[in-house]
Design a protein around this ligand. Structure first.
Ligand code: PSU
Ligand code: MN
Length: 307
């Protein structure tokens, strides 16, 4: 695959791999997940969290048909302000590129690009999953199947609470994706630090997460690992507060016949309005928290690869 690397990534590239730990970051969260100008500020701050932790950030996007791994300051600024950017997943990634268009990568497409570039660790906010009502509309994010296939560690604050979390957990189990909760026994629920769903697996150590991916490869098991990292307690919105607002937003989405790719951005936008901006503050806090943990995991992966 033809990839365009930023100067920051090129500087640490050797034929044998990178000379520093790298963390991939997605771009749909910038173009479809948050409003301007907060999206740009967050994109920059998240990159700085990775750098301050001793790793190198690689924000991934398709710009005018080219797959970019690492964006420079101007590219990031332009992307954050561009309207009508395609939201690109496995199904449409190659076609959008061949048309020379600009596209923001979802979790699935970012995993594909990260793997192609030799990056094993990726931080985001929340993954896509099984939508509520999926028993009727079959709306299941391509993110889940990608986790089953592509050997990248994805650090997220669980599945977004707008989804059907128990069904998402079932599909992940069916697909053979390990869900490893960091530092607690219950699954986090994106804006809320905990849910009433027990963690399938738990670790308190970034090193164990890195070793887990190695162990999968040694067994010949394809696919990634989902690391569910709870939002810090002081930043969370409790399930009692966010629950009814999610219901309201879901009701509006079905009333306005919002479908397919538009569902997630619509719901995130409405919940932002209904929480008077608090959902965004929490979203920003959890993305940074995930970037921090991803950097620690990337450092562990780097150590394992270089002993
Ligand atoms: N989580 C967020 N904001 C987002 C997304 C996730 O907090 O914008 C994006 C991610 O890129 C994820 C995508 O891969 O939503 C899932 O979209 P869908 O449900 O249409 O598969
Ligand atoms: Mn969908």
């Amino acid at each position: 695959m033809q990839i365009t690397y930023s100067a920051e990534i090129t500087a640490i590239q050797r034929t044998t791999g990178f000379t520093k730990p790298v963390v991939a970051l997605e771009s749909t969260i910038i173009t479809h997940g948050m409003p301007y100008p907060q999206n740009l500020q967050v994109a920059r701050e998240v990159e700085d969290v990775v750098r301050d932790a001793g790793a190198v950030p690689a924000t991934i996007a398709i710009l005018k048909g080219n797959l970019h791994v690492g964006l420079d300051a101007k590219q990031l600024t332009d992307l954050a302000q561009t309207r009508d950017v395609a939201k690109v997943s496995r199904a449409d990634m190659a076609f959008v590129m061949s048309q020379g268009r600009t596209g923001a990568t979802t979790v699935a497409a970012t995993m594909i690009a990260a793997h192609a570039a030799g990056i094993e660790v990726f931080a985001t906010g929340g993954i896509g999953g099984v939508h509520r009502g999926a028993e009727l509309n079959l709306d299941i994010s391509a993110d889940l199947r990608e986790l089953a296939m592509t050997p990248v560690i994805v650090v997220a604050a669980g599945a977004k609470a707008i989804l059907d979390i128990p069904k998402t957990m079932e599909v992940l189990e069916t697909y053979g994706v390990p869900v490893i909760v960091y530092g607690q026994d219950m699954m986090p629920a994106f804006w809320s630090s905990t849910s009433d769903i027990p963690a399938p697996l738990r670790t308190d150590s970034p090193g164990e997460i890195a070793a887990g991916l190695r162990a999968r490869k040694a067994l010949g098991i394809n696919g990634g690992q989902l690391i569910a990292n709870p939002v810090p307690k002081q930043e969370e919105i409790s399930a009692e507060i966010i629950g009814p607002l999610i219901e309201m937003a879901l009701h509006e989405a079905s009333h306005q016949k919002i479908t397919a790719k538009a569902v997630t951005p619509f719901l995130l936008g409405r919940i932002f309005e209904l929480t008077k901006g608090k959902s965004l503050t929490t979203n920003i806090a959890l993305v940074k928290n995930n970037a921090q943990l991803a950097a620690e995991i990337a450092k562990s992966c780097y150590k394992l690869a270089n002993i």
